[in-house]
Each structure stands twice: as structure tokens, then as C-alpha cells.
Design a protein around this ligand. Structure first.
Ligand code: GAL
Length: 408
């Protein structure tokens, strides 16, 4: 794997558009997969809750589901463990170890199980003394822990930022773990929470974060609610001048997990999350119960045309274009001069309202000059057909829902 310094030099020489990103060859499009935290949190009582406790059985069952129910085929390939997998102590050689009763086979066996099914395994650790849930953190052991993960066959590390002592220590820890992962020679995607913790302390240098991390969280943990979703969307829009330029192949802003298929969102709101996460070029990491998910949510999460917008090879993060009359218009430039456009109705009273989608509000780089072909992808697919260069299209948008349109 390439060293970080080589990567920086190469990025500068090649004059890549946007940020070059951590040049480890990973996450050239936003990572896709499943992460346990939002849905399963830190349930460790397997006697009382055998089917939802954090255990190797849970991950093996999710791995099976990912393969048998079309998730892997749809692009979701990282199966990720979050906090609460660790034993309360390191072993006699200071190596990390999984909780022996909940992960009797250890992480290596789980990684083998996951790899045998064509999936990749993600794991969680923390830059400080302890993880957020109080398990042993990586402070003082960055190199050893990186090597342990590589030895086990881990493919992604989510590195949290709880329990650090100073901003210097936090930032130094994030840099050192990045370098340590590279030094193992194994390709391990590095998912950080550096800006989320550092932003309380200083102005975040996103250029630097993108040089060390493949993705990074900026904002508080998502929850299974419309309120939480709106906070994340509004935060992203409020800071888009800083966030959008930092994103690109190999380096992504992470607005946190997809909570589609759980309890808190209506259908309209699930559509909004899927549309906006695609526009934002967000990692698509679901946190739900794949053993029990309703078919409509599953189809939404597996919608190939929507996923294609998220995974588009240009790697541009979309942004909010305008906010007026309780509507929000976002757009995401796509490869070849195409464009994805979303319109969200943020009025939470009444019925559907009409928004006039006008060419003049949209990206000047659109390739279509005489004939633009418009296809609605969400909430349902509809081909509007060809329009001339000065189109003005009325869209009907339900409260808290989003209409996602592709312009080619
Ligand atoms: C939080 C983190 C969450 C989850 C949790 C685990 O700080 O943002 O995504 O990982 O810790 O304790």
C-alpha cells in the first residue's frame, strides 16, 4: 500500500479535481455496507436478547442475509462491527481480543466467514484511552492494533474519538492510525470521526482530514427519527462550503448511517434519506435488521438507479442550491455532464405541493443544450422525456418527501 507522503505528492502532481483523498486505492466511490450501531447499539446480554446482542451469531446471520437477499449484489459489501465487541482487557501481549463469550471463534474466524461469502469485514476502535462505551481504546497501541486488525483480515476500521486528552492527542492519533494501517500492507478502509470531535475545539482542516481518512463523520450520531434526519441534512447544507470541496474519490463526508427499514421514518421520510444520501455522495451504511425488513424499504435501499447517483464516477458531492417557500433544491453533478436533482418539501402540514423545476436554477455545466432527458427516480420511476434547454417542469412533492430526478 502507498505511504501517506507518497500519496500527497502524487495527488499534487496529478492535480486531481477536488481533494486527492487518502491514496490507498480504497473508497473510490462511497463505501456501501451495513453497520450495527444505530439498530443494535451496545446490547451485550445474549441470555436475555440472543437474537439482538452484539455477537458473532448476529454478524454471521447478517452476512447470510446480505448474500441471500440481494444486498451484496446491489453493492453493499462491507459488514461492519461497531462498539462493544471487545473484551474488557487486552491479552497478556497487549493485543486486543474480542469478548470470548459473545465471539467464541474470535474476529479472524468471523472475517473468514464473511470473506467466504464475498463480503468485507469492518471493525471499530477508538483513538483515546477507551471506546465511547468504555472498552479498551487504542491510545498507546496504534501500531499494534493496526497490525492485529490486518492479521485478522479486517477490511475497514471505524475509528471513534471518545476519551482523548487534548486536541493534539486526538489529531496525532488519527494521523498515526492512518499511517499504521498503511504500514501493515493490508488494504484497510479508514473511516474517521476526527472532524466531529475536533470541530468542538478548532476549525477543522478538511484538506488534511481527507489526506488521512477515506471517510469522516462531521456531526452527531444519527437516530431513527425525522428530527434527527433533518438535523443532519441542515447541518450538511449549513457547512457545505467547507464539506463539499473536501469530498471526492477516496475521501467522503459521512452523514452517518441509513436508518431506512427501522421504526422512526415514514415512507416519505425514507425516500428523503435515500435521495439525499445519494445526492450527498454519502457512504451508504445501513443500520437495520436485514432478517426482518419490509419489502418496500428493501427495494428503496436496493434501487440501482439511485445507487448509481451515489456511486457516480465523477465523485462530486451534491449541495443545496436553494431553499424557498419550504422547498429545498439540491443537485449533484454526474459524470458526462449529467445531473441529479432533488426537491424536498419541508412543509409538514397539508398535502402535495408543486415545485417548478427550472433549468435556470441548475448547474451551468449540464451537457444537454438542445435536448435534456428527464427521468424521475423517486418516489416512483417516471420518464418525463425530452425538454429543450430552457425547461421548466412542475413537480408534485409530498410533505417531508423528496422527488429525485436525473437530467441527461
Ligand atoms: C459514538 C459514534 C457512534 C457509535 C458509538 C459507539 O461516538 O459516533 O457512531 O460508534 O460512539 O459507542
Amino acid at each position: 500500500m502507498l505511504g501517506v507522503w507518497w500519496a500527497l505528492a502524487a495527488g499534487a502532481l496529478l492535480c486531481l479535481p477536488g481533494a486527492p483523498g487518502l491514496n490507498n486505492g480504497l473508497a473510490l466511490s462511497p463505501p456501501m455496507g451495513w453497520l450495527h450501531w444505530e439498530r443494535f447499539m451496545c446490547e451485550t446480554d445474549c441470555e436475555k436478547n440472543p437474537s439482538s446482542c452484539i455477537s458473532e451469531q448476529l454478524f454471521m446471520q447478517m452476512a447470510d442475509m446480505m448474500v441471500s437477499n440481494g444486498w451484496l449484489k446491489a453493492g453493499y459489501k462491507y459488514l461492519c462491527i461497531d462498539d462493544c465487541w471487545l473484551a474488557t482487557e487486552r491479552d497478556d501481549n497487549n493485543r486486543l481480543q474480542a469478548d470470548p463469550t459473545r465471539f467464541p471463534g474470535g474476529i479472524k474466524k468471523l472475517a473468514d466467514y464473511v470473506h467466504a461469502r464475498g463480503l468485507l469485514l469492518g471493525i471499530y476502535q477508538d483513538v483515546g484511552k477507551q471506546t465511547c462505551a468504555g472498552y479498551p481504546g487504542s491510545l498507546g497501541f496504534y501500531e499494534l492494533d493496526a497490525q492485529t486488525f490486518a492479521d485478522w483480515g479486517v477490511d475497514l476500521l471505524k475509528f471513534d474519538g471518545c476519551n482523548y486528552e487534548s486536541l493534539e492527542q486526538l489529531e496525532d492519533g488519527y494521523r498515526r492510525m492512518s499511517i499504521a494501517l498503511n504500514h501493515t500492507g493490508r488494504h484497510i478502509l479508514y473511516s474517521c470521526e476526527w472532524p466531529l470531535y475536533a470541530r468542538h475545539l478548532s476549525k477543522v482542516n478538511y484538506t488534511e482530514v481527507a489526506e488521512y481518512c477515506n471517510s469522516w463523520r462531521n456531526f452527531d450520531d444519527i437516530q431513527d427519527s425525522w428530527t434527527s434526519l433533518k438535523y443532519v441534512i441542515d447541518f450538511t447544507a449549513a457547512f457545505q462550503d467547507q464539506l463539499v470541496p473536501a469530498a471526492g474519490p477516496g475521501a467522503w463526508n459521512d452523514p452517518d448511517m441509513l436508518v431506512i427499514g427501522n421504526f422512526g421514518l415514514s415512507w416519505a421520510q425514507e425516500v428523503t434519506q435515500m435521495a439525499l444520501w445519494s445526492i450527498m455522495a454519502a457512504p451508504l451504511l445501513m443500520s437495520n435488521d436485514l432478517r426482518n425488513i419490509n419489502p418496500r424499504s428493501q427495494a428503496l435501499l436496493q434501487n440501482q438507479e439511485v445507487i448509481a447517483i451515489n456511486q457516480d464516477s465523477l465523485g462530486a458531492q451534491g449541495y443545496r442550491v436553494l431553499k424557498a417557500n419550504s422547498f429545498e433544491l439540491w443537485e449533484k453533478p454526474l459524470a458526462g455532464g449529467s445531473l441529479a436533482v432533488s426537491v424536498t418539501n419541508r412543509q409538514e402540514i397539508g398535502g402535495a405541493r408543486e415545485f417548478l423545476l427550472s433549468r435556470s436554477d441548475l448547474w451551468k455545466g449540464l451537457a444537454c443544450k438542445e435536448k435534456c432527458y428527464l427521468t424521475q427516480l423517486l418516489p416512483t420511476r417516471y420518464e418525463y422525456g425530452s425538454f429543450n434547454a430552457s425547461f421548466c417542469l412542475p413537480l408534485s412533492v409530498n410533505p417531508s418527501s423528496t422527488v429525485l430526478v436525473r437530467v441527461d
